[in-house]
Each structure stands twice: as structure tokens, then as C-alpha cells.
Design a protein around this ligand. Structure first.
Ligand code: AP5
Ligand code: NA
Length: 347
């Protein structure tokens, strides 16, 4: 059985960022104290990095931001009607902001940005060395999202109420916990689906309290293997076995008892694992790809989520959601950034 998705039935809220990527050298990483494969928030010592990467290396710009990527992929998978997916986030009134608005429009996403003039539109530097990539997010405007200035406004909250599937990347926990809680409670009270991503190890580590305030509302929890491992460590699960971690995350307290939590952990080229109520775990192999066809895995995790959500909102089974996630990720890793061709080829 499938339901044709209604307008605004998938809701996403997060940090709208413009990605600035370049192949850099080891010296550059060292200068800014970056690990080759990491995701962090920019600190004062990274300020000059954003100017230097543009001056010194050949950069590419892509609309990014984790939740925004997933929402675009979900809309791309759905195709028609347009504006099934809604997106909220904060940008500046500047060129980068204009680019993000334009890209959201082209993706047929119903984006409603809170625009302010204090801070410029956020950026995320992707410093690439070999197969590794170090992401440094300078949230800037994205960090200025305000519940009372945007989410609470009647016309905006109406869009939240129209949705039946909600997705927020854990990254947004650093910005507006109260906005996330408001949406999560709404979902839970109305037996709708609230989904969240662990997003990066630093979220489980340094934003643990915020994360655990939201966890009781989470119906579907996404993450990759490194994020799962850090979550386990921080929660004192005392296991490095990803299946055990998934079971323990699944069993954490939950407010809406009408739905069991589903936990989905991707592992790059290795099989994705998913809890299946109770004590069961299932493994789903990813789609095979010749490694030489991989252009850039940036956005792979976000694309997986987008594919998953596109089927979830059509009330398909969770296995079908994983299949769609694998399909979308497989497409996106063949292209630079979180981009995709005109139309999907998935059923
Ligand atoms: P994100 O989309 O998370 O991409 P990524 O982390 O660069 O992607 P990874 O390659 O690490 O994917 P993953 O580990 O999540 O998934 P997995 O490898 O398991 O992040 C990029 C975006 O984050 C940027 O646009 C940036 O703007 C944003 N961002 C950064 N900081 C932010 C912040 N503070 N706030 C907001 N946004 C922020 O792979 C998933 C699936 O892909 C697999 O299941 C499989 O199907 C497929 N796949 C991946 N690799 C392979 C392979 N080698 N072979 C076959 N299939 C593969
Ligand atoms: Na890509």
C-alpha cells in the first residue's frame, strides 16, 4: 500500500550552509590543527582558514547543510508533487544566502528561511586530502535560528502541523534545542514520526544533555558507525559491537509508546544495520559500486536519510526505506557534493 505524498508532509529544520570544498595539503591541516577525517565546529583559530582555502586552493561551492541535503534528496526521490518537503533554517541577507534560496527552489523544496542581518550565511569548509575530508562548519547565521522569531510564527507553525514525518540532524542541537523540542513534542503528541541523526561524534560527546533531552521523542535514529561508537562510549553502553549499540539505543526511554524506536546505522560500503522492534537486528547490504565510480562520498549519509524519508512518508515498510536510502546514497556518491541527476530511477 502506498499513499501519494501531500504537500509539506516532510518537515526538516537545520543549519543551511554553503559548502566550500578544496583538495588541500597536509600543511594546511596542520596549520589549523585539523584531523584528516573529522567534522567539527569552527573556533576562533579557524577564522583565517575560510579565507585561506579560497585564496590558496581551487575551491568548489555547493549548497550543503546536513538536514537541507537530506530534505532535497527526499524531494528529488518523490519528484511530484513539488513542495512535499519543507525546510526551515537561518541565513544572512547576502550572496551565499541567495545561492541557498535558489538551490532550494531548483530542488522544489518549500524552504522558509529566517533571514537576519547580524551574521552572514553559514559555510562549511571541506578540506580534502586523498580519500579523507575534514569538515569545519562556521555556522554564523545558521546559529541565529530563533524559535520565537521564526518557528512560533503562525504561518510557519502551520507548516509544521501539516507534516507527518519530521527530520532534524543532530547538528541542530548546537543551535536551538527549544525549537527541536517543540517539533519533537508535537510529533509525539500526534503520533507522527520524529527522526533524528547522531550527525557527528562531537554531538554525542559535547552536546550529550541536549541530545538526551530529545532522545525520548525519537522514532527513527540514524547514524554511521563512528557516531554509533561515540554514542555508546558516552552513554556507558560498554560495547563496541554496533548491533549491541543499536539494541541499546533502541531500548532507551521513549515517550510515544505507540511506536517502537527504529535505529538505523550505515557503515559506508558495509551493510546497514537496522533494529526491528524488540531484540531483532537486520543487515542490509549496500548497492555495489565500482570504487572508481565514486566521485565524492560527501553527502552519502545525508542522501541515505533523504531516500529513507521519501519512502517513510509514503508509509512503505522500513526495509523499503533502507533500499531507497541505499539507492539515493549510491547516486550521490557518483557526483560532487550532495547533488543528483534530473530524475531518480528507483521503485
Ligand atoms: P554528510 O552527508 O554526513 O556526509 P559525510 O559525513 O561527508 O558523508 P560520509 O561519507 O561521512 O557519510 P556517512 O558516514 O554519514 O555515511 P556512510 O559512509 O555510512 O555531511 C556532509 C554535509 O554535512 C555537508 O554538506 C556540510 O554542510 C554538512 N555539515 C557539516 N557540519 C555541519 C553542521 N555543524 N551543521 C549542519 N551541517 C553540517 O554512507 C552512507 C551510505 O552511502 C551507505 O549506506 C552506502 O549506501 C553509501 N556508501 C558510502 N560509501 C560507499 C562505498 N564506498 N561504496 C558503496 N556505497 C557507499
Ligand atoms: Na557526492
Amino acid at each position: 500500500t502506498s499513499t501519494k505524498p501531500r504537500l509539506n508532509s516532510v518537515f526538516g529544520m537545520g543549519n543551511p550552509l554553503l559548502d566550500i570544498s578544496a583538495v588541500v595539503d597536509k600543511d594546511f591541516l596542520e596549520k589549523y590543527g585539523l584531523k584528516p577525517d573529522d567534522q567539527i565546529l569552527a573556533e576562533d583559530k579557524h577564522k583565517a582558514l575560510f579565507e585561506e582555502i579560497v585564496k590558496k586552493f581551487k575551491v568548489e561551492y555547493h549548497a550543503g547543510g546536513s538536514t537541507q541535503n537530506s530534505i532535497k534528496v527526499a524531494q528529488w526521490m518523490i519528484q511530484e508533487p513539488h513542495n512535499v518537503c519543507t525546510f526551515f533554517g537561518c541565513i544572512g541577507e547576502d550572496t551565499f544566502g541567495e545561492i541557498l534560496k535558489q538551490k532550494a527552489k531548483e530542488a522544489h523544496v518549500d524552504a522558509h528561511y529566517y533571514e537576519q542581518t547580524e551574521e552572514p550565511t553559514g559555510t562549511c569548509a571541506a578540506a580534502i586530502t586523498g580519500n579523507n575530508r575534514s569538515l569545519v562548519a562556521n555556522l554564523a547565521a545558521a546559529n541565529c535560528y530563533k524559535k520565537d522569531k521564526h518557528l512560533d510564527l503562525e504561518e510557519n507553525w502551520k507548516l509544521v502541523e501539516k507534516a507527518k514525518v519530521y527530520y532534524i540532524a543532530g547538528f541542530f542541537l548546537t543551535v536551538s534545542l527549544e525549537s527541536i523540542q517543540k517539533v519533537a513534542k508535537h510529533a509525539s503528541e500526534n503520533n507522527k514520526l520524529f527522526t533524528l541523526n547522531l550527525s557527528a561524534p562531537f554531538i554525542s560527546q559535547f552536546f550529550k544533555d541536549a541530545l538526551m533531552k530529545v532522545m525520548p521523542y525519537v522514532d527513527v535514529l540514524f547514524g554511521n558507525e563512528t557516531e554509533a561508537a561515540m554514542f555508546s562510549k558516552e552513554q556507558g553502553f560498554e560495547t563496541e559491537d554496533i548491533k549491541e549499540i543499536a539494541k541499546k539505543a533502541q531500548a532507551l526511554p521513549k515517550v510515544n509508546k505507540k511506536r517502537a524506536r527504529i535505529v538505523v546505522f550505515t557503515q559506508g560500503k558495509d551493510a546497514t544495520i537496522m533494529t526491528k522492534g524488540g531484540d531483532k537486528i537486520e543487515m542490509f547490504p549496500v548497492l555495489k559500486i565500482d570504487q572508481k565510480d565514486i566521485v565524492d562520498t560527501n553527502g552519502a549519509g545525508d542522501a541515505f536519510v533523504g531516500g529513507f524519508l521519501s519512502e517513510l512518508v509514503q508509509e512503505k515498510g522500513f526495509e523499503q526505506c533502507v533500499k531507497a536510502g541505499h539507492y539515493a546514497a549510491n547516486v550521490v556518491i557518483r557526483q560532487a557534493g550532495c547533488t543528483f541527476p534530473d530524475k531518480p530511477d528507483f521503485n
